[in-house]
Design a protein around this ligand. Structure first.
Ligand code: ATP
Ligand code: MG
Length: 670
């Protein structure tokens, strides 16, 4: 890398000029929700100065109510008793299904792209209403009622969405358990939520392989005595799948008994809608509780304003219902707006790396939403598979889950969006329910790698972690917090309100603490730096691991990087980097590895400074990751600190086998 490039990198954040939404975006969809930055500024100001007036209006605009609310907002961060739209009654399933089925019964609601393309199918709003009603009535006949928690262990299929909607139709909560989880993780979650009913399938299909949902569940349920009934969707029909007499029932057979209409049960705005366990990057997963009206409004508003999702659009969120993205942007966001959602069962690499783009072309998807980890993999695999497909239907490209490096942002913009799309880097959390900081399509100009400006009602602040004081003005850096409650925020952690208070509301009294570090640049734009426990303090220099990782990713040879700090006698903490190479064969060449370590260290020295240069660089085949694709730095830190034995909870890891490899690499290096 030459001096000029380095210079360019260092000053990139200072120099980038915000890019307005490309003109082509408006040409593709004339019914834009917002026209320009002044629209955003005016509405944002109103949402902060008069939240009750603003959100009261929005709640009437976006949701259908059985009983109007008496009071828009209530409670405070100090008390931890936040509530919205008090006295109101509504049903989330009615809002997502019935009202659209009445208006346009034959409009597609769920576009199912099966792992095996030939098994794909489309469900209209009418079909969806009928199928949801049958499952809802079945659950009701099993005694499931308002407030009960039904566990759902289903892969990304229409049935997962149908099961979720069936629960909320009768006022029950769903607790989705990611279909990749093993028996131990299922047991923990079913147990914690006291679920009496679990919904699953016989087997799943993913990447050309069969997954064994029922078999894994059977294993888990050996230790879940509270489970009385299991509903099993027959997906593959393998006769070897074991069914327990009196406990397990076939979905298709049971549903035949019901006529296909079952009235929705209106619930209170603050009745819980679902619980969802966080992905567990930082510790044991928390059962986050979301409530009906506020959550649904957040889903509707962000999907409309951040993505500019309009009735004639089609959204392809390449997420999974096992995570919050699958809840808010595969199910609730699009369906509450009456927009078709593409549900994809497979993987981006099967049958080849062009699968996502093939789906976009096939259904003329207007919106595509995915995590940077997938984008990095797709970028690495080259352009041949992208160029085969017509991606001109796309208007908005979203990113979620971790900071998106500016290189990846630009690749997404150029190669997938052809410079014609709105690129939305959306910063949010399971606990926030919907986007916190993201550029609003058509209104907020973007900068590669910046989450940009806060969404309506999000009074974002940057706090100095040492003094706890709010840092006013621009060009500041610290921890990210929110000053006042917003409708879609989580209300509590299931059966553990103290844990909720301790994690989010007590660290900085009067504020909601996100746990993430962030900077606000001279334009007032937010740049998310990653978790604050991912800050390394080397000789008094507070370094963001994310920043060092981004520099390492600049090397053409590196595909993934993770940086942690470990105790160091001399400097307090030392920077340790683990990198995964684009060409894994290189790993076996000792000489090349020595040269590469040197090169990477030099790169960090030059771009950030000598103090940031990693003390050790570990080169691995694979980094420890959650099943949602996030790097688990906690595990890396433990291994590097010689504490591999006390790693703790690995139930949320996608690839526990990498630990052994990591340990041996670390032993060689240290
Ligand atoms: P746990 O809370 O159990 O540790 P988790 O925080 O990984 O798990 P999620 O709620 O899925 O679970 O992830 C939210 C976190 O992901 C955010 O707090 C932030 O660290 C990161 N994140 C999400 N979107 C972005 C983004 N666009 N830019 C930067 N970071 C992001
Ligand atoms: Mg979190």
């Amino acid at each position: 890398m030459d001096e000029e490039k380095l210079e360019q990198l260092v000053h990139e954040a200072d120099r980038v000029v915000p890019r307005p939404t490309p003109k082509e975006f408006f040409r593709k969809q004339p019914h834009k929700s917002l026209e320009n930055i002044s629209d955003y500024e005016r509405l944002y100001k109103e949402s902060i100065e008069n939240p009750d007036g603003f959100f009261g209006k929005m709640a009437h605009k976006f949701l259908s109510w059985d009983r109007d609310f008496d009071k828009v907002s209530w409670g405070s961060f100090e008390q931890g008793d936040v509530a919205w739209f008090l006295g109101g009654k509504l049903n989330a399933c009615y809002n997502c299904v019935d009202r659209h089925a009445f208006a346009h019964p034959d409009k597609p609601a769920i576009i199912f792209e099966a792992d095996d393309e030939k098994e794909s199918r489309i469900l209209t709003f009418k079909d969806l209403l009928q199928q949801v009603c049958q499952v809802a009535e079945l659950l009701a006949s099993w005694g499931i009622k308002k407030g009960d928690i039904v566990a759902i262990y289903l892969p990304m299929t229409p049935e997962a969405l149908i099961a979720m909607l069936a629960c909320v139709r009768i006022g029950a909560l769903h607790s989705c358990i990611f279909a990749g989880f093993s028996a131990g993780s299922i047991k923990e979650r079913v147990f914690d939520a006291h679920s009496k009913v679990v919904i699953t399938c016989d087997e799943g299909k993913r990447g050309g392989k069969i997954t064994h949902a029922k078999q894994i569940l059977n294993e888990a349920l050996k230790e879940c005595p509270e489970v009385e009934k299991v509903l099993v969707y027959k997906r593959t029909g393998n006769p070897k799948v074991e069914m327990v007499e009196g406990r397990d029932f076939w979905w298709q057979k049971e549903c035949e008994q019901f006529r296909g209409y079952f009235p929705p049960v209106p619930v209170d705005s603050e009745d819980p809608l679902f619980i969802l366990y966080t992905s567990g990057s930082t510790g044991t997963p928390k059962g986050v509780v979301h409530c009906t009206a506020g959550y649904l409004l957040g889903a509707a508003m962000t999907t409309r304003y951040v993505f500019d999702l309009q009735p004639e659009d089609t959204l392809f969120t390449a997420g999974d219902v096992g995570w919050i993205t699958g809840h808010t942007y595969s199910l609730y966001g699009p369906l509450v707006l009456g927009v078709p959602t593409i549900v994809f069962e497979g993987t981006p690499a099967y049958p080849d790396m062009g699968r996502f783009w093939k789906i976009v072309e096939k259904y003329k998807a207007t919106h595509f939403y995915v995590a940077p980890t997938a984008l990095r993999m797709l970028k690495k695999s080259g352009e041949a598979e992208i160029d085969k497909y017509d991606l001109s239907s796309l208007r908005t490209l979203g990113s979620v889950g971790e900071p998106i490096a500016s290189e990846i942002w630009k690749w997404y913009d150029e190669k997938i969006g052809h410079g014609c799309c709105h690129i939305a880097d959306t910063y949010w959390q399971t606990e926030s329910g919907s986007h916190l900081i993201a550029p609003l399509a058509g209104a907020v100009p973007t900068k590669p790698g910046a989450a940009t400006l806060p969404f309506f009602g999000i009074d974002a602040v940057i706090i100095d972690p040492q003094t706890g004081k709010v840092l006013e003005g621009n060009d500041v850096e610290g921890v990210l917090a929110v000053r006042s409650p917003w409708p879609s925020m989580a209300r509590t952690v299931y059966q553990c309100h103290q844990r909720f208070l301790n994690a989010y509301l007590r660290p900085y009294p009067g504020f909601y603490f996100t746990g993430d570090g962030a900077g606000r640049d001279h334009d007032g734009y937010y740049w998310i730096k990653g978790r604050v426990d991912d800050v390394v303090n080397v000789s008094g220099h507070r370094l963001s691991t994310g920043e060092i990782e981004a520099v390492l990713l600049e090397s053409k040879k590196v595909s993934e990087s993770a940086v942690v700090g470990i105790g160091d006698d001399l400097t307090g903490q030392a920077v340790i980097a683990a990198v995964q190479l684009k060409d894994s064969h290189l790993v076996h060449d000792a000489e090349t590895m020595i040269a590469l370590r040197k090169e990477l260290r030099l790169l960090v020295r030059k771009v950030i400074g000598p103090f940031a240069a990693p003390k050790s660089i570990i080169i691995v085949d694979d980094l420890p990751k959650t099943r949602s694709g996030k790097i688990i730095r906690r595990i890396l830190r433990k291994v590097c600190s010689g504490e591999a034995k006390s790693i703790g909870d690995t139930s949320t890891m996608a690839n526990p086998h990498v630990i052994v490899n990591l340990v041996s690499e670390v032993e060689q290096q240290f």
